[in-house]
Design a protein around this ligand. Sequence first.
Ligand code: ADP
Ligand code: MG
Length: 687
Amino acid sequence: MRPDILNPLFAEISALKGIGAALARPLERLGLARAVDVAFHLPVAWVDRLIVDELDMSQSGRIVGTVLTPVDYKAGGGMRAPFRVHATDSRGNYVSLIYFGRNSGWPRKMLPLGEPKFVSGRLELYGQELQMVHPDHVLPLEEAGTLPEREPVYRLSEGLSNNRMRDFVGQALDRAPDLSEWIEPSLLAQRAWPGWRVALSDVHRAPDAAKARERLAYDEIFAGQLALMLVRASSRRRRGVPIHGDGHLRDALKLPFAPTGAQRRSIGEIEGDMAQATPMLRLLQGDVGSGKTLVALMALLNAVEAGKQGAMLAPTEILARQHFATLQKMLVGLPVTIAILTGREKGRARESTLMGLADGSIDILVGTHAIFQEAVQYKALALAVIDEQHRFGVAQRMMLAAKAERTPHLLVMTATPIPRTLTLTYYGEMDVSRLDEMPPGRQPIETRVLSAERVDEVIEALGRHIAAGGQAYWVCPLVEESELSDQTAAEVRAETLRMRFGDAVALVHGRMKGPEKDAVMDGFSRNLTKVLVATTVIEVGVDVPNATLMIIEGADRFGLAQLHQLRGRVGRGDKASICLLLRGNALSETSRARLALMRETNDGFRIAEEDLRLRGAGELLGTRQSGEAQLRLATPEHLADLIDSARDDARLLIERDGGLDSARGQAARACLYLFERDAAVGLLRSG
Ligand code: ADP
Ligand code: MG
């Protein structure tokens, strides 16, 4: 339960004064649902107000505050013409105050003729005339001093003014309680950070409150790290099954290659974990093509050798089938039974798989989410391998734990290269193995960036590529699954290519039914189809070594990590590969830099680090998975600067006070609640 002291801050936003039905929508659009959200809605810019006695043209473009006396009204002619108030400053210079779309009652009331007022707004030059459109403030003279020279500017949505937002922020800050300090005293002193409540109000009051900003970022990062450590501690308290495979299956495996050093090291780390009675919680990071499948297979066989079962979860149907085929091939001649289960296995086939899992005759199961559904019972599940599944969070793990008497060992694999700071932020509860060495003999991929206007040349090149016996991917951007127009773009592209290349062209997209999709993928991997037009459904895993040309349309609309993943579909065989990135014409500086980086390097980890850097200081970090708390206050710079101390601090605190019972522990609990890590508090050992 959240401590009572935080309740005012966590009240619904409607509890703030002045929020009626009309503002509910614009606030919701900004993601502001409770007072705390408003308090954490940090300024994005600051207004410097120029307080002057006399207006002049040189001030045009600035926010200016001065005393004005209304001398005349001019009502608009038509419905849409604005209402104008002519006014003079203290020296008699003229300015027009302009009000659109409002009846004249309000300006007439606020600005009675002949009465001097303090007016502030953006001064503009219109022809030779000075004007202010919708002044920000109109105040009685005696209140002129209340207007700060610097004012925070907030992100707004239609129907919400900055003044209103400022007022709501003020109210939310009034609701912020004094909380006991959770930051380690020496760190606090060394960094010269203010207390939490002061920091929160400082960031809304002063543009140069770097210390306050930093402190809030630290609090958020600390809460995240503490939560992950609690998750880790709680899962380490679970009982798992120590696995000691005798190696008879792994030795019998006939590999056409020798494992890389990185593969051997990772396999060793996994075996070490699996031998323990505490369940493994390990992340295997390895770029596309680094050979994660072999590592997974070794772990699965370790379990099977010990008489247990293993399961491997893939994010999509296509990938599940591909993994199944790959593993089946590698296991030929070995006494290991492997099965597949997805939403598409129905009827008798499904029944028999379920039976085989329950009676233990199936050793390894590959599939999509279906494999951890309730109806699926395992005789002795000892290892779960999760491939490229970002949504596999704490809740999913609980489900998995319920699949066996003892918690299965867990290996999460990702080909999304994540910078170190983000790995700690999102996977900080896990041990990490990195496949940082590519299997030998990889062919280089040459990357070129082209304007989309040159698409005809690209199609010519594609023609030559096919004529020479090659295969190619053509990727069209898909912003959202639901965005029909993108699917249409892929359909249209497929049609234009078909006009030229006929049946050599096939299309695959996310809305296609399973069997249909499989048929297309099968045709491509058997080289019946030469060009696969696709939306990003081919993003992960798909492996067709003969495809050596990758064309990505609208490349500037993809994230760098995604581009890198897509590019990783080629360069898999023994021939050199080419990746063509087609870009739009109105590129931002950052997009330009990002595409240039893609051209320059093929190192996924470097791309990830640079991507994070290119996002720049202002940008906040997204989530690993929707529904899990995201960072709202910390920027990449904060993270780089603070995560190590936050991590050390959290670890120390838990070592000393695992139940968070001490005074500082209690304070830290409040910090967890503040950043909505309630679930982590729930994991605390009671007592
Ligand atoms: P990932 O899943 O990490 O993207 P895969 O496991 O699909 O990579 O491996 C990519 C390709 O490299 C596969 O064709 C695989 O057979 C091959 N491979 C894996 N390990 C090695 C190795 N040590 N030496 C040579 N080829 C390897
Ligand atoms: Mg893979």
